[in-house]
Write a protein that binds this ligand. Structure first.
Ligand SMILES: *Cc1c(COP(=O)(O)O)cnc(C)c1O
Length: 462
């Protein structure tokens, strides 16, 4: 067995582009082989907060925000705004942190919208997405003066009525599918023509004409999002050109759009073989493509908006588990079970996603066995990591899974009535609780036992 491929203490940690590392940028291993994140020994955090535990590294989060903002300042000659796609991880702490770094937020529901506002985001820098926004969600957006990403004709009619009733105007970005393919997992691919999101490119003219006669609507710009976990730069370059052309069309039809929102989608490193582009390279490609297309088409430079989610938060996160049972099936495989699984990380069972892990108390021990890390849920598919080389694993050991900051806590469930983990934000030797652990009592909180089924109540009718 070769030496372990994961080395958080590797010197080639990319501090400028955290999406290119497996581990948080602050990860360190001490002389006792203990892994630290944000100046906190992970074993101490597990002992204090229990497991499973989501640990978020504040330095990594801030480094990602700064990478996007600085690259836009360096490479894009016009104005720009980075919107954090809060569906990757939505919490008060994250909204506040992103706001403190000068980012706006993209939200997709009333819940995410209220979290962003309660976390201190300026409603002017919030955009509301969704292919089926409810009337209540749209009203909330109007109430707070949030920009709405117009998705479909039904929503256009609904907004027209709501704005009429409220005697109010709404700022709109029009979402369309630019027909650009990208090589990513089919379930999360949204840019091709068969997408549930947005208008077809061919419909755009009709939408723009209708809105040109709508005093209640301000067409602020256009939006497209072509997918997620993308490792190629070309699709975003092509996208920019298509969008600049569409902006020109909007101007021809009497609108004065200012914003061009290219969505998110930059990939991150989940396993050693993943090699995503740096944030600065992505920004440079998009910036150059927009500027070039504006030059060629004789259009003014729009304000450039982008909506990164995963690439800002994924590698800031580490999930800590404790190992329990082991099952060896001779000649087949060895299962090592941890105290969480598909409820705290549904990505492996949903998307066959791969991860990297280590024993955070024995980081430098050679990997001498290959195991399958299973969760504790009643599903055979509840496997977090397949065929992962590790030092000998014993029950009671801690296991750290890397790059779990995106689409883990936000997609967590209570399947099998397992409480959701706590989350802490680590920085400078201090860990601060940002989400408290659910209790078994919390799980019963929303249940209602009808009187006729209550064994302790009146005798049921027979
Ligand atoms: C999911 C999503 C994003 C963020 O995607 P990432 O791949 O996490 O960067 C941005 N914009 C929209 C509209 C999305 O649906």
């Amino acid at each position: 067995m070769s030496s372990p491929r994961f080395r958080p203490y590797e010197e080639d940690i990319d501090r400028q582009s955290p999406n290119r590392n497996l581990a948080p940028v602050s990860a360190e291993v001490d002389a006792e082989q203990q892994l630290w994140v944000g100046g906190c020994r992970l074993a101490d955090l597990a002992a204090h907060y229990g497991t499973p535990l989501y640990v978020l590294d504040e330095t990594t989060l801030r480094a990602g925000c700064r990478a996007y903002r600085q690259a836009l300042t360096s490479h894009y000659p016009g104005e720009s705004l980075v919107l954090y796609a809060s569906k990757a991880h939505s919490s008060l702490a994250m909204a506040a942190l992103m706001t403190s770094e000068g980012l706006g937020l993209d939200v997709v529901s009333a819940g995410e919208l209220l979290t962003a506002i309660a976390g201190g985001a300026n409603p002017r820098n919030i955009v509301l997405h969704g292919n089926n926004k409810s009337r209540g969600e749209l009203e909330l957006a109007l109430e707070h003066g949030v920009t709405v990403v117009l998705d479909n004709w039904w929503e256009l009619d609904l907004l027209e009525r709501l704005c009429g009733q409220r005697e109010q105007r709404v700022r709109l970005l029009i979402r369309f599918t630019p027909g650009i393919e990208c090589h990513t997992h089919e379930y999360i691919r949204t840019g091709h023509l068969d997408s549930k999101f947005g208008f077809d490119l061919e419909e755009l003219d009709g939408v723009l004409r209708r809105l040109a006669m709508a005093p209640w609507a301000e067409v602020a710009g256009l939006h497209a999002h072509i997918g997620s976990q993308i490792f190629e730069l070309q699709p975003h370059g092509d996208l920019a050109a298509v969008m600049v052309k569409a902006l020109g069309r909007a101007r021809d039809l009497g609108h004065r759009p200012r914003d061009l929102n290219v969505g998110g989608g930059l990939g991150v490193r989940y396993v050693a073989s993943d090699d995503p582009p740096a944030i600065s390279a992505w920004v440079q490609t998009v910036s150059a493509a927009v500027a070039a297309a504006c030059g060629q088409q004789n259009q003014p430079l729009p304000r450039l908006l982008c909506e990164p989610g995963r690439s800002l938060v994924a590698t800031a996160g580490v999930t800590l588990y404790q190992v329990g049972s082991r099952k060896e099936i001779p000649g087949v495989r060895t299962y090592v079970a941890v105290d969480g699984g598909m409820s705290d990380n549904p990505r492996p069972i949903t998307y066959q996603s791969r991860y990297t892990a280590c024993l955070p108390q024995r980081c430098r021990d050679a990997a001498t066995e290959t195991v399958t890390v299973a969760g504790k849920h009643c599903e055979s598919g509840d496997v977090l990591l397949h065929h992962i080389p590790l030092p000998p694993v014993a029950s009671g050991d801690l296991l750290a899974v890397f790059a779990t900051g995106a689409y883990n806590a936000s997609m967590a469930s209570n399947y099998n009535r397992i409480p959701r983990p706590a989350a802490v934000l680590a920085h400078g030797g201090q860990a601060r609780l940002v989400q408290r652990r659910e209790t078994n009592q919390d799980l019963l909180h929303w249940d209602v036992l009808p009187e006729h089924l209550d064994q302790s109540g009146p005798v049921p009718i027979r």
